[in-house]
Design a protein around this ligand. Structure first.
Ligand SMILES: *Cc1c(COP(=O)(O)O)cnc(C)c1O
Length: 441
């Protein structure tokens, strides 16, 4: 490696090793996963389906991919697992290709300010706000948003049923990026079927929770297919997958993926995903239980220190995420963007987030009224409920007490010293060092 690149990577490693990583869409992979991801597969091509490739040299790639599909089917208890989509967005495109008409097909989903993802978004370049969401821009879909209950931070089932009946979409997509509570898949799938719509569920954030048996079970609640990222609550390499339990849709879903959406599908990450799923079959139940308990404990600790954590009346969360309304600090510290920056000075890494009512109240995504915090990575580093209280205390010192974040950074570093190993993965004793696989040649 050249010195200038090495020096940048070294600085990043130093930063992240001493940080408190609370980005809800992130996680870290184990050394076993990284070993698979760094294999020769990263140099190869294998277009097509396992056993039916357009290149030679794929014998062992086929074996690993078939194994990866079997493990994924075991973990999620389903009959179809396509592990080729290279990301969650690509997995969503597979669902759009399978279930909607190109140009002017109709989709119902969550809007971005309420927690939906850009990949569900419309194409709207001229009137109103500029949006270039994947569903509209790539597939040409016309989009009608589901109704949202701001008090309970969830899809409003009754109002949404009316919308689905009136709009008559070809597909209803559940799932979101701000995702505190299970969506009403059961109630609304019946309504979707009434109007002949397919039901998709975007599990990018909550895939690990679902696989380990928590949160909800979309494929048994009425979803025809589920799309996911493999690197959020599921601690695998950055990749995607599509799952289904409907025998009659398998062919449709397969053909919606290839050759339309990818040529090579990042084979090294398929191998890495196989290892990550093996780990979750072994450790997922304990890991994801702790992730959710930590999110609830973190929310409670922040709430007790004067932070307006949303949905106290519902126990704050049933996932790995919590959302904090920080508009009360507007005149002292600032809004979401300001607080994100000030916490970063203390090496606490979080993301600002739109609250459902932000746009209405004139706030923008660059400096919104909310913070979204996730516990997947800190849990993997071995932290439990006590540490969630410690982290909440750091938040209080910086945001409420006005302590200099540069000072808090020293305490954050000392706090992180005790959490430098990866848990809930192979090689439990001695535990593997976090970031050890980052080798500088
Ligand atoms: C993160 C996310 C995605 C995109 O996943 P990538 O793997 O980054 O492409 C899709 N949908 C939702 C709801 C997400 O939160």
């Amino acid at each position: 490696m050249t010195n200038r690149i090495r020096s940048i990577l070294e600085k990043h490693t130093e930063m992240i090793q001493n940080a408190i990583p609370l980005i809800a869409s992130e996680n870290i992979t184990s050394p076993a996963v990284d070993e698979a991801c760094n294999s020769d597969f990263s140099h190869r091509y294998a277009e097509g389906w396992t056993g039916n490739r357009v290149y030679a040299g794929c014998k062992y790639i086929d074996e690993v991919e078939a194994l990866c599909m079997d493990l994924t089917k075991d973990y999620f208890e389903c009959i179809h697992a396509d592990v080729r989509p290279v990301s969650g967005v690509m997995a969503n495109l597979v669902l759009y290709n399978a279930f909607t008409s190109r140009n002017n097909g109709k989709l119902c989903c969550m809007s971005i300010p309420k927690g939906g993802h850009i990949s569900h978004g419309p194409y709207r370049a001229t009137s109103g706000r500029k949006v270039y969401g994947t569903a509209g821009t790539v597939r040409g879909l016309e989009i009608q948003y589901l109704a949202f209950d701001e008090e309970n931070m969830n899809i409003d089932p009754d109002e949404s049923a009316k919308i689905i009946r009136e709009f008559e979409p070809e597909m209803v997509m559940f799932g979101a990026s701000v995702f505190l509570f299970p969506h009403p898949v059961k109630e609304l799938s019946d309504v979707a079927k009434e109007v002949g719509a397919y039901v998709g569920y975007d599990a990018a954030h909550v895939a690990g929770l679902i696989g380990s048996g928590y949160f909800q079970d979309p494929l048994r609640e009425g979803a025809d297919a589920m799309s996911l990222s493999t690197h959020k609550t599921l601690p695998g390499p950055q990749h995607g997958a599509v799952l289904s339990n409907r025998e009659d849709l398998v062919k449709k879903l397969r053909h919606a993926a290839f050759p339309a959406l990818f040529s090579n599908h990042h084979l090294h990450n398929v191998a890495g995903l196989a290892v990550a799923i093996e780990e979750m079959l072994e450790y997922g139940k304990t890991y994801h239980k702790q992730v959710i308990e930590n999110a609830q404990a973190f929310a409670q600790a922040l709430y007790e220190r004067g932070f307006n954590v949303l949905c106290e009346h519902k126990g704050f969360t049933e996932s790995h995420q919590i959302v904090v309304d920080i508009t009360g600090f507007k005149d002292t510290v600032g809004l979401g963007g300001d607080i994100e920056s000030i916490l970063e000075e203390a090496n606490i890494i979080i993301n600002r987030n739109l609250l459902p009512w932000d746009i209405r109240e004139g706030r923008h995504y660059m400096n919104p009224g909310g913070l979204r915090l996730g516990t997947s990575e800190v849990t993997r580093l071995g932290m439990g409920k006590n540490e969630m209280v410690d982290i909440a205390e750091f938040f209080k010192q910086i945001i409420i007490d006005g302590k200099d974040p540069k000072e808090v950074k020293k305490d954050v570093k000392a706090f992180r010293d005790d959490f430098q190993e990866i848990n809930y993965c192979f090689q439990e004793s001695p535990k593997p060092k976090a970031y050890e696989y980052i080798k500088f040649y």
